[in-house]
Design a protein around this ligand. Structure first.
Ligand SMILES: [Zn+2]
Length: 87
């Protein structure tokens, strides 16, 4: 019996999902930028500027739409919006 060597891709994909999504869009289209308030609150300056795209995590709060650099930041914001918003 031969064994198939089929594993190898697992793991590499995980790395892409962890940490902030790098805002590296080769074709700089007319994309809006927003502030990730969660990262700003955390002084995570590398991720504060968010390039808003179709799939950018966003949440509405108090009549405004806020965009985030990652799903994790959105989750944190939804839990306690007032903690992160500027006063
Ligand atoms: Zn963030």
């Amino acid at each position: 019996m031969m064994r198939l060597l089929g594993h190898g891709i697992c793991g590499a994909l995980l790395v892409l999902l962890i940490g902030c999504a790098a805002p590296s869009s080769p074709q700089a289209q007319a994309s809006d930028t927003a502030t990730c308030y969660v990262c700003r609150y955390n002084n995570d300056l590398a991720c504060v500027d968010v390039h808003v795209k179709e799939n950018t995590p966003r949440s509405e709060y108090a009549g405004k739409t806020y965009c985030f650099c990652s799903q994790g930041c959105k989750t944190a914001f939804v839990k306690a919006p007032e903690k992160y918003l500027p006063r």
